[in-house]
Design a protein. Sequence first.
Length: 638
Amino acid sequence: MKLLAITSCPNGIAHTYMAAENLQKAADRLGVQMKIETQGSIGVENEFSEKDIQEADGIIIAADKTVNKDRFNGKKLLVVGVQDGIRKPEQLIKKIMSKDVSVYQSNSGTSYDSKIDKKENPIYRHLMNGVSYMIPFIVVGGLLIAIALTLGGDKTPGGIVISDDSFWKKIEMIGGASFTFMIPILAGFIAYSIADRPGLAPGIIGGYIAATGSFYGSEAGAGFLGGIIAGFLAGYVALAIKKVKVPKAIQPIMPIIIIPVLSSLIVGLAFIFVIGAPVAKVFEVLTTWLAGMQGSSSLLLALILGAMISFDMGGPVNKVAFLFGSAMIGEGNYEIMGPIAAAICIPPIGMGVATFLSKRKFRQAEREAGKAAFTMGLFGITEGAIPFAAQDPLRVIPSIMVGSMTGSVIAMLGNVGDRVAHGGPIVAVLGAVDNVLMFFIAVITGVIVTAIMINLLKKDVEPENETVNEEETKIVQHETFEKEKEIQKLTDITSLDLIDIDITGETRDNVIDEMIQKFDNNGLLSSKEAFKKAILDRENESTTGIGMNIAIPHGKSNSVKKPAVAFGIKPVGVEWNSLDGTAAKLIFMIAVPKQSEGNEHLKILQMLSRKLMDETFREQLLTVKTKEEAYHLLDEIK
């Protein structure tokens, strides 16, 4: 089976690529060919060709922003949020493999399975589409203004001022111009998400009117609230006009003239005469209230924002808080984004520091993930903490929430401001943060709180030495180094003694014991128990019964002296929870030393997978009469 997948998140950074990675790993485990197109902040990567789409058996879109689906007309299409791509990749692939996904028809508006549609919140998806396109304008504007003030500003009693004849004044003006596009772009791409291209122009025009109070006699515009309202209004108006049946002669000009013109007029006039002034008043009151927050009220806001940012680490709750802070930047209130900027980086940095402080609490893989999380935190990517939260949510999520809330409150008390819609030390280094010292105090304190709390809550992990002592491990590694040669074909790592054409075990575990005994009899293991644990741990992750009467149990362990494969035939089959429900008759057990797991393990699996897809070859194996005959056939696997 060949599948395609697209991943995309509002920021186009971490979630986009985490979903892609998890989907690819799941496809590999399930034996499915998959090509993944990422639509991240740097644009489209690994884009599908027409041939890719023609050959695909189905498409998965895991995205929190609108993805154009027209090219997938006539294909099975499943659309979900990007979080499902991260957390449920196998379920999505299995759903596509089943008959429970509808075929996309672009002219009928059927875009994906109705069951998934009911679960997904379209309002959130449309809003996040607008936010994803708005963020670059805030980042560019904020950074350019911050750089101009830092390098070209003069301190005066009224604050930092740039002289009108300075080069840096031009840089500040470019930054200001970027800010003016923020609300029109937000509104335009909300409308685009709802009604496709016909909604873009009325959305941008409506957003501009919403941001410009002079249209409806207000000193201040309707701000980001008005932009959101304009975007949704333009989108649904354009969608309604789009559905009106018109003569064929008029259809070609509907998307480029009729829909944009009528939608723009309706939205513009609605804002000028009805919506604009009341929304502007509400937004003005909200901005004044936030700007006047002091004492306990400002601390409560900081606590709420810190908790929201860390609760789902880049998910919907996080994005609501982030959008709120970003909108305040456009209104000149930087002290809302300041606490958010501190809270954003605390979860990943805190988890990274936690792994550095106590190795007894984390396995080797988690310690490696800690290094990556720490680095991601420096660049303000909250999603770096997700792997830890996914494995241990009851301990990790409270710890990072308390840390982020602590940092957010300290930043609020320290009047930390942030001129850019982003967080982490990177924005401080680039000069976008006011009161840098308090910013770092807030971050460091929050990180310490998170690291200490998680280490107090977590228990020590079991030793990973798998009962093999240090001296034995050194001997095993030395033997492996001396004896291992490059594997060119399967018979390089198997022998007649590792082949059994009449397995007697009646259950999966019996068969596993029988085949492990063959490894032990041939001196390939230093501990049968440790290797069996590795095999069963892998089975517990997901079955190695790949279907077509084949099972490939495999284990990576320090107790394995060198790579080897045992082959067994169970003529009547044994239940293995195979993906297609067939009993396992052809069983290949792979044993790989822990220290060589990277290349050898994958190479052996690749050899087997390619050859075992051949039905004729499988039938030949099932009919062998002697070990020698089986060995001769296995010699073809290379």
